[in-house]
Write a protein that binds this ligand. Structure first.
Ligand SMILES: [Zn+2]
Length: 384
């Protein structure tokens, strides 16, 4: 992402570049480690009637960084990996046009290109995939899924979604690769994404813009984490103290972004298959029911509770459009725990049954995410 094409857009960035000679000249996007993580975790979410696509998992993983490789040889490729969404005042006002033509009419094609065209790259990959599914061209589709994995991955990296993409405007220069490459590589083994349910997106372009907005909200916490880590490490931005602190502050956010990237990729694959008319996918373990009803996205709402069954600790990850609460109910409908109370956005909490209060017996429990317009429930089983 830190390529020279990107750096020409604001004089501040250019100044920062001059002051900080030594920035990598080639792009690292989620580091390659993050991209491979997403490629290796997307297909577990595919429903049984299209899980024949898992036969191409190695292919997808092998090609997930191809879009980065293409930057040097394909004109226009570099601009597909990011969008400086906060360059546009309309983004913060909630009135940003999502049609590229409409935005170009407001700002000029050159500016729109220069600020990055990531959401439209996702949309384009999605329509290419739909055509390949229609033609039952599975090998070509696998390469497009690799592209989709890549661009969706970039959209979930907060620093690919902001003008201040390297912390250069706030004294955090270098945070881009410290966060996405050095930190992720060090702590990869602590990441884990469970299988989740895919949803159908009537507008993949809207899905791309929505996820970029959610991702962008992670920029300020990452910069704050960088400041705190540097303070803890006596001003240093390297070494164990710095990275331990950075990881501790951003672990939950990072996991949420990687979870979202993998399940959004699977959802867009599922969406393309739906739009293609539900062609039979060879090697799938299930047969689609006649006219599979679309599983429609619930406006950014997500609730994952696992593992299940569990013995000691249940982890609950959640996201909602507004403030939401997470509660646990027993089979009689009695609330046995409140895990989150009116938390905005997304979060991660744990439940240790009986850890503080009345003993909790083994059996079936219901984890509920609730808030204005939101009511999602997951079933979990406690074994003792
Ligand atoms: Zn990229």
């Amino acid at each position: 992402m830190l390529d020279s094409l990107r750096l020409r857009h604001t004089f501040i960035v250019v100044l920062a570049t001059i002051l900080c000679a030594g920035l990598p000249s080639t792009g690292w996007t989620w580091g390659s480690v993050g991209h491979h993580y997403i490629a290796q975790h997307y297909s577990q979410h595919l429903p049984a009637y299209i899980d024949g696509l898992r036969d191409y998992d190695l292919e997808v993983d092998a090609h997930v960084t191809d879009p980065d490789t293409r930057k040097g040889s394909t004109p226009g490729e570099s601009d597909k990996h990011y969008i400086d969404i906060d360059y546009y005042p309309e983004f913060l006002a909630g009135t940003l046009p999502r049609s590229r033509a409409a935005l170009e009419a407001l700002y000029s094609p050159a500016i729109v290109l220069g600020e990055g065209v990531l959401p439209w790259a996702i949309d384009k990959a999605e329509s290419t995939l739909t055509q390949q599914f229609q033609a039952s061209n599975w090998t070509a589709a696998a390469l497009t899924i690799a592209d989709l994995c890549h661009y969706v991955g970039d959209a979930n990296m907060p620093l690919h979604c902001a003008v201040n993409y390297n912390g250069q405007l706030t004294g955090n220069t270098g945070i881009h690769s410290r966060y996405e490459s050095s930190m992720i590589s060090t702590y990869l083994s602590q990441l884990d994404t469970p299988a989740m349910t895919v949803v159908y997106y009537p507008s993949p372009l809207d899905a791309a813009f929505d996820v970029i907005a959610a991702s962008w909200a992670g920029v300020a916490p990452i910069l704050a984490a960088d400041n705190a880590a540097r303070a803890a490490a006596g001003g240093s931005t390297s070494g164990t103290t710095y990275y331990t602190s950075l990881w501790n502050s951003t672990h939950t956010l990072t996991q949420a972004r990687l979870d979202t990237a993998s399940v959004l990729t699977a959802s867009l694959v599922y969406t393309a298959w739906m739009k293609a008319g539900q062609p039979a996918v060879p090697g799938s373990s299930g047969v689609p029911p006649l006219d599979v009803p679309p599983m429609v996205a619930d406006a950014g709402v997500r609730l994952v509770a696992g593992p299940t069954p569990f013995r000691d600790v249940l982890t609950v990850r959640f996201a909602a459009g507004g403030p939401s609460s997470v509660d646990v109910f027993d089979v009689r409908g009695a609330r046995v725990a409140r895990l989150a109370d009116n938390v905005p956005g997304e979060g991660s909490v744990t439940w240790r049954p009986g850890g503080s209060g009345a003993p909790v017996g083994p059996g079936l429990y219901f984890v509920r995410l609730s808030g204005p317009g939101t009511n999602v429930v997951r079933r979990v089983t406690l074994v003792r």
